[in-house]
Design a protein around this ligand. Sequence first.
Ligand code: SF4
Length: 64
Amino acid sequence: MKAKVIRDNCIGCGACQAIAPNIFEIDDEGLSKTINPEVKKEDEEDFKDALESCPTGAIVEENE
Ligand code: SF4
């Protein structure tokens, strides 16, 4: 499973970084990016919580 941020939809609220700090960080532009797009097994729960919590639907799951 891979995490992706659609940056055009991100408003930089910081929720994803707060919920899943192993996966997301707010960058210099004030928008979220993935630290490592590959979601580790132990981070899957956090990833799903972040995906559901994003107010703009900017987080998507990419399956290979
Ligand atoms: S939760 Fe969504 S809108 Fe907020 S910083 Fe993360 S990707 Fe951007």
